[in-house]
Design a protein around this ligand. Structure first.
Ligand code: FES
Ligand SMILES: [Fe+2]
Length: 425
């Protein structure tokens, strides 16, 4: 991060702490319709658009480390296989044999030279080309070249694998926009996988995610865990094109003095002052939330398994420890020591999910009034509607587009207000 950006963030933190109302010109946020969490029509629209048109985080290259390594993936409900090919590229295919639809791979992960469908023996190479069929003389003019595995677009952010079902989507880099540049200091190209666990939560995936998208809840549900660590009144939210967001709040206790696992991981030297002294968390649309620091890169991912259930994936990466096996002391920072439960902080964050879901489904609750501190949630919803197509959403389920583009980074109207406050004093 440039020094100018750091200086601006420090100014903005003081601005946030000193203000007695939302910033000038920041819109009042209309209530979010409860149906966005409980109406099957909205869930179906999400399925059709959000999960089909955006870049989705699939995994880390350590899961498919060598040519021939593969893993199954089905977090959007479609059967996929991710494959490391002989040229070092990561490819994703539907795990669907082009003959009669049997899986070409049945093990959750492993290593193969070729992908051979067991049903009738059709064989594909690691780039998905159909290279042989059994008894070809029994087919009339079968053209192997048009019967390869159907690919899904796959792009990398350093060592992280993302896919997009939309063949005409912009590149991952363009999709991330300025966020990609800001993430560079965290060296995703040098990160290793520490751990990945998944837990089921009984609520809509957005309810689970939103618990990690604002600091307004910290004093309420994290009085002894997060609240003593973070200066929430100095939190600065930023909004990016495509629905991405960022929060930056100064730490009351710096990370290197905390008694948690992050102090064990190698230092990422390129991370600047903000990453070292603040809690900095990015929301990458649609379902990635991650605090990032010079010690740990631990994304949380939220996947709908139905309208009111969520698969909650908790990941931890750190900078490469320099080869050899992973040091024994390293472990996922989001789980209990035996990895069977969520960490205390995440148990707090998920406490109310099932209760809130029941509220959203009841006739006692119609809409969610969001404060300025929770505006990233509204921003996400605005972009969700743009992606779905505003006119395709039933009127009672839409959100109004009230946060104008003048609030999108790199614009920063709050800095202009600080300038005019100084000029006026
Ligand atoms: S379904 Fe795969 S070879 Fe027949
Ligand atoms: Fe929280």
């Amino acid at each position: 991060m440039e020094q100018q950006d750091i200086d601006n963030l420090r100014l903005l933190m003081e601005f946030e702490a000193a203000r007695s109302e939302p910033p000038r010109g920041f819109p009042k946020l209309p209530d979010l319709p409860a149906g966005r969490y409980a109406d099957q029509r909205f869930y179906d629209l999400e399925k059709q658009h959000i999960w089909r048109k955006t870049w989705l985080f699939v995994g880390h290259i350590d899961q498919v480390p060598e040519p021939g390594s593969f893993m199954l993936w089905d977090n959007t409900g479609e059967p996929l296989v991710v494959v490391h090919d002989d040229d070092g590229m990561i490819n994703t295919f539907y795990n669907t044999c082009r003959h009669r639809g049997a899986p070409v791979v049945t093990e959750p992960e492993g290593k193969k030279i070729r992908l051979t469908c067991i049903y009738h023996g059709w064989t594909y190479d690691l780039k998905g080309n159909l290279v042989s069929v059994r008894d070809p003389e029994d087919f009339h003019d079968i053209d192997l070249s048009c019967r390869g595995l159907k690919p899904v677009r796959t792009e990398m952010l350093g060592n992280l694998i993302f896919i997009n079902f939309d063949e005409s989507a912009q590149s991952l880099w363009e999709w991330l926009g300025p966020v990609a540049d800001e993430l560079a200091e965290f060296q995703f190209e040098n990160c290793r996988l520490i751990g990945r666990q998944a837990f089921d939560i009984q609520c809509n995936w957005k309810i689970a995610m939103e618990a990690n998208t604002e600091v307004y809840h910290i004093k309420g549900i994290h009085p002894l865990t997060v609240a003593p660590m973070i200066d929430d009144r100095r939190n600065v939210n930023s909004f990016y094109r495509n629905g991405h967001g960022r929060m930056v709040a100064p730490n009351k206790i710096v990370i290197d003095e905390r008694e948690d696992d992050r102090t064990l991981f190698p230092n990422i030297e390129t991370v600047g002052e903000i990453g070292r002294t603040c809690t900095q968390s990015y929301g990458i649309f649609p379902n990635w939330v991650s605090p990032l620091s010079h010690r740990a890169l631990p994304p949380l991912l939220f996947w709908p398994t139905s309208i009111n259930t969520t698969r909650f994936e908790v990941w931890t990466f750190c900078r490469d420890w320099g080869g050899g096996p992973m040091p024994e002391a390293y472990k996922n920072m989001w789980t209990s020591p035996d990895d069977t439960e969520l960490s205390e902080v995440l148990q707090e964050d998920t406490t109310f999910g099932p209760w809130i879901q029941r509220s959203m489904e009841s006739s006692g609750f119609q809409g969610v009034p969001l404060s300025y501190q929770e505006a990233r949630i509204y921003h996400w919803n605005q972009w969700a509607d743009r992606l779905i197509g505003i006119d395709d959403i039933p009127e009672e389920l839409r959100v109004a587009q009230v946060i104008g583009d003048e609030w999108l980074a790199p614009n920063e109207p709050r800095l202009d207000q600080i300038g005019s406050n100084i000029a006026a004093s």
